[in-house]
Design a protein around this ligand. Structure first.
Ligand code: ZN
Ligand code: ZN
Length: 280
């Protein structure tokens, strides 16, 4: 992919002082290894000045914290992804608990259920998801939930866990309007990925139209799921502009309104410190 020449694309421009937050990206992945600094610079240049990098196991949670420490404007989420729960032990959770003391850790996740791949058996996924919801509650961190082909089960577990005052987000939201409403009723946010720009994403687009803007945040889920016009290529935080633009179009609002609102929503959910002046 690196060898392929990039076609120039025109990024939508944000108004003065308007910024975006990429609430879900995997900055630790190999895909970013070679040109990490350029990726961060390009994000800043286009107004994506805060990024939450999300752990999928103990090692990547540690890396997420290190990246947050090294890069102003980067924050960490820690947890064990449903793909990886089969290999996780009590000791991993003790260590995650200790890592959560770091003030740059702003969320617990990503955790959840993935019945599409089923890398871990269903019962194991359910057991670890439930356990991590409780751990997040103890740690008083909002949840970052991964749900693939498991809408009902995820909802059952979250509902069964009782009120979750710190809130959370259904990341890379992929449900329909009914599921969106259920997520909102639960008190959670929906994080909208680049998929919303795809031609065949009518169901997701309809869900976005129906959800109150105050419950929407935006993500790349980079390096995966790049929005149009970069579909199929590596995703990165700067491309969040295209997702924001599509959400604005669906909502009949200006890009700046959607950017300002989703940024405020993410600041509140993840209790992010305000930017200081121009710096990250
Ligand atoms: Zn995920
Ligand atoms: Zn992810």
């Amino acid at each position: 992919m690196a060898a392929r020449k990039k076609k120039n694309i025109v990024y939508p421009a944000l108004g003065q002082g308007v910024r975006l937050i990429d609430t879900h990206c995997h900055l630790d992945m190999d895909h970013y290894h070679e040109d990490f600094t350029e990726i961060i610079d390009r994000a800043r240049k286009h107004g994506v000045d805060r990024i939450i990098t999300v752990g999928i196991d103990l090692a990547s949670s540690r890396t997420a914290i290190r990246l947050a420490e090294e890069n102003p404007g980067v924050f960490a989420a820690i947890g064990i992804h449903p793909h990886n729960v089969g290999n996780s032990a009590d000791n991993d959770y003790r260590q995650l608990q200790a890592l959560a003391d770091n003030p740059l850790v702003v969320a617990y996740g990503e955790i959840g259920l993935d019945f599409h791949y089923n890398y871990a058996p269903v019962e194991v996924q359910i057991e670890h998801f439930t356990r991590q919801v409780e751990l997040a509650r103890q740690l008083e961190l909002p949840l970052v939930v991964h749900d693939r082909d498991a809408h009902r089960e995820v909802l059952d577990i979250l509902t069964g866990a009782g009120p979750f005052p710190m809130g959370g987000v259904m990341h890379c939201f992929s449900g329909d309007s009914d599921f969106a409403r259920a997520v909102v009723d639960l008190g959670f946010h929906l994080s909208i990925p680049g998929v919303v720009t795809f031609k065949k994403a009518a169901v997701l687009q309809e869900a976005v139209r129906g959800v109150p803007l105050e419950r929407i945040i935006l993500e790349t889920d980079g390096p995966f799921l790049a929005p149009e016009p970069r579909r199929g290529r590596r995703n990165e935080p700067a491309l969040l502009l295209f997702t924001a633009q599509k959400v604005a179009e669906l909502k009949g609002l200006d890009l700046d309104e959607v950017a300002a609102a989703t940024t405020a929503n993410a600041e509140k959910l993840f209790r992010l410190p305000r930017r200081q002046g121009n710096g990250l």
